[in-house]
Design a protein. Structure first.
Lengths: 215, 335, 214
């Protein structure tokens, strides 16, 4: 029964939502609304699960004195501060001027933003070392990238200012984005959508059971 | 003195310089350090010359070390911020399409703005949010804010705080709950949109402060998407524009424009072409476009020079790598 | 306080940037702070906005005129079962809410992806190449042909059940070219995005912190 009931839940919920799309009337619309509300609540608990699991693993690292346990102490302390302040301040924790808002603006934002910002350096280094126009395909990729990179910024038109209007790099990059790029992206979209349809069908019909894990 | 001592001295020198700059700015020792035109040109020439030197070294089989590449990227992005160069931002067709859609929104209309991004994407999306909401506030268009990401409503608050401090908007004496409202965040990803299609109040029983939905005059009579005249989505990933198109637009008939991070903009073009999206702004250049179109230049336009230099450096490094590669291959074939 | 805030933000920013030189303790501390603060922020956000704002107030509304929505308790029960994953002995109960999540997502996505990403996209691809009443400009006609042929060729490339030989192989080759242009455009935009993010931090360091730029 440990696998049968979850399979039944998956199948019933999936079928209800499919039917509700075509018959948006009672009782299917009501059942679809319930599903959306429950999904929202379960998703919140799923985030709580992740946060609590991180907390548990960090405590385990500290207790067992695993390598790098000092950093686990930092994680635990920061988690407690961030969560504690947020709970104490109540629902207004996002209000400008609150301690949570201070932490968000001067701790969370610099850290999260810089984590992503340093990717620019790695993209440059990787491109310098590995991006080679070895064949026609790679050359096409490179040329498209160059046209888009130059055409989307003012320097592109400044470099080819001698060309007539509608024939400059910005126009070329617009053409590349609106036509060949759209064609390729559309094919990818259709392909992915068909894949999602087939895998969703397999999940609803119980053929795909990997989400239930091992026993 | 050994290597370690030099590193410590360098660190102390850098920290001292930072403290002096910080204090100097606050006590008005200097206004700013913007380059005069001749210095801007000199800096460009020096950067170009040094990149030529890197090309020569790479051809000789001594490729630049990764930290040298990092340094060049940092210089290419930082120094242009000190240059006073004004540039014209090219407007894309999809950016113009979005603006044309904005111009059709009538005063008094209700616009739903969804903040689906977090601080890392703020340099690209925050200027778009400010430009769009400024346009709405100046034309008495009502703004309803929600977020599918937990950080979204907070980013919205930052944008609102900046806009409400501007003289032109401050003079309008906008009232929270009447002219704009922030309903906050709800988890559930695409199911939030799905539920909003039948009932906004069920998904957002109160705003982000806890004020009950029915107590907010702006949304009190907005039952679902049929009460929304236009929607603008700011998206950095999942959930975001794609989910809004799949459910909000195609299922519930929402009229929607979008601002995306550059990374995901390319994937949205099929939706623009098919008319599901009424225009899109992509990345920093998209932010500069909307600022140019709404005639209020901000950070988007300000960063375009530095963005241009960053792109140029990236392209030059790729070209250097390829030139060295092809010369090396030719030598191998001859041998 | 604002001064302390700016220096804290600058310290953390430079700590992450120090990773570019090499991995070091300063970076590791900043990374741990980020992990802890993020987890705490998400923990609190989801509590106040969803668990309290939607579930608790939905079942126990403060307004006496509002009817309690007891059906939300089922969602709450499923959520609590999700948390039981932390207890190994009864962790298997978390499969029920997981099954619900997977089933709901599959059911919704099955239809919306087919309707939007297949039906609407195919419909737009087979629009009249020369426009209604042959009214399109040369630019649009060429563009329509590129989109129609390009989409079809790229889809042919993705069909791996048949060997890419002969005319089929030729069409697949055209599809590869279209996809290469697509990926090149994606790379160009990715570069733009990364540099924009870096610009944001440089603007903070040079503008808000040190004040050397306007």
């Amino acid at each position: 029964m440990r696998r049968e009931i979850p399979l039944l839940i998956t199948g019933i919920v999936g079928i209800v939502l499919v039917v509700a799309y075509f018959i948006p009337h009672f009782p299917f619309n009501r059942m679809a609304d319930w599903s959306a509300d429950w999904f929202s609540i379960v998703a919140a608990f799923a985030i709580w699960l992740g946060a609590l699991n991180l907390f548990r693993l960090s405590i385990e690292n500290v207790v067992k004195r695993k390598p790098g346990w000092g950093y686990a102490v930092v994680i635990i302390v920061c988690f407690l501060i961030s969560a504690g302040v947020g709970f104490i301040e109540g629902r207004d924790f996002r209000n400008p001027g609150s301690a949570s808002d201070w932490i968000y603006n001067y701790v969370y934002t610099p850290l999260s933003s810089t984590m992503f910002a340093i990717l620019a350096f790695f993209v440059a280094s990787a491109s310098y070392r590995a991006f080679r126009a070895r064949n026609l395909d790679a050359t096409l990729l490179l040329l498209a990238a160059f046209f888009v990179m130059l055409g989307r910024v003012p320097i592109g038109d400044m470099l080819v200012g001698f060309l007539p209007e509608h024939w400059r790099l910005s126009d070329l990059s617009t053409w590349v984005m609106n036509f060949p790029n759209t064609a390729g992206q559309r094919a990818i979209l259709i392909g992915i959508a068909l894949g999602i349809v087939s895998s969703s069908l397999r999940i609803i019909l119980g053929i795909e059971r990997s989400h239930l894990g091992g026993d | 003195m050994n290597g370690r001592m030099y590193k410590y001295l360098a660190a102390v020198a850098v920290v001292t310089a930072c403290v002096l700059l910080y204090v100097g700015k606050r006590v008005a020792w200097f206004e700013d350090m913007m380059f005069p035109t001749w210095l801007s040109i000199l800096v460009c020439v020096l950067i170009a010359a040094s990149m030529f030197w890197i090309l020569l070294r790479t051809i000789k089989g001594k490729p630049a070390e990764r930290r040298t590449v990092f340094l060049y990227v940092g210089i290419a992005v930082s120094l242009p911020l000190l240059m006073t160069i004004s540039v014209h931002v090219p407007i894309s067709t999809e950016g113009q399409l979005l603006f044309d859609g904005m111009k059709r929104i009538q005063p008094g209309s209700k616009v739903l703005v969804s903040f689906d991004y977090d601080p890392p994407s703020a340099p690209e999306l925050q200027p778009m949010a400010e430009a769009f909401m400024r346009y709405c506030f100046e034309r008495d268009i009502k703004v309803i804010i929600i977020g599918l990401w937990p950080q979204g409503p907070q980013q919205a608050n930052l944008a609102l705080a900046k806009l409400l401090a501007e003289p032109a908007i401050s003079a309008k004496n906008l009232v929270y709950g009447v002219d704009y409202v922030n309903l906050g965040f709800q988890s559930g990803n695409e199911f939030v949109i799905q539920r909003m299609g039948s009932d906004f109040k069920s998904m957002f029983p109160a705003d982000y402060r806890g004020t009950p939905y029915d107590s907010l005059p702006l949304v009190g009579n907005v039952r679902n998407f049929s009460g929304i005249d236009y929607s603008f989505n700011l998206s950095a990933g999942y959930p975001g524009t794609r989910e809004w198109v799949l459910i909000g637009v195609d299922r519930f008939g929402l009229v929607m424009g979008a601002g995306n991070t550059a990374v995901q903009t390319t994937g949205m073009y099929p939706y623009v072409r098919s008319g599901q999206l009424k225009g899109i702004l992509g990345g920093m250049s998209g932010a500069a476009e909307i600022e140019e179109l709404t005639e209020r230049l901000g950070k988007g336009a300000k960063f375009m020079v530095a963005q241009s230099f960053g792109h140029m450096v990236m392209i030059v490094f790729i070209v250097i790598g390829n030139v060295a590669y092809f010369l090396h291959e030719r030598k191998k074939k001859k041998a | 306080m604002h001064h302390i805030a700016l220096w804290v933000a600058a310290f953390l920013t430079l700590g992450i940037i120090s990773f570019l030189y090499r991995d070091n303790a300063w970076y590791k501390i900043c990374e741990s702070v980020f992990v802890g603060i993020s987890a705490g922020y998400w923990f609190v956000s989801y509590f106040w906005d969803n668990l309290y704002g939607k579930l608790w107030l939905g079942v126990f509304p403060r307004d006496p005129a509002q009817q309690p929505d007891y059906i939300l308790l089922i969602g709450g029960a499923l959520g609590v079962m999700m948390l039981l994953r932390l207890i190994p002995k009864i962790g298997w109960l978390s499969r029920w809410p997981l099954a619900f999540i997977v089933g709901a997502t599959a059911g919704l996505n099955l239809i919306i992806y087919f309707a939007s990403n297949v039906m609407v996209q195919v419909e737009d691809t087979i629009r009249p190449l020369f426009g209604a009443n042959y009214s399109s400009s040369a630019y649009d006609i060429v563009g329509n042909i590129v989109v129609a042929v390009g989409t079809f060729a790229a889809l042919i490339y993705f069909f791996f059940s048949k060997e890419h030989k002969g005319a089929f192989g030729g069409a697949a080759k055209v599809g590869i070219f279209v996809l290469m242009v697509t990926f090149g455009a994606s790379f160009g935009y990715t570069v733009m995005s990364r540099i924009s993010l870096l610009l944001g931090r440089i603007d903070f360091l040079m503008g808000d912190w040190l004040g050397v730029i306007k």
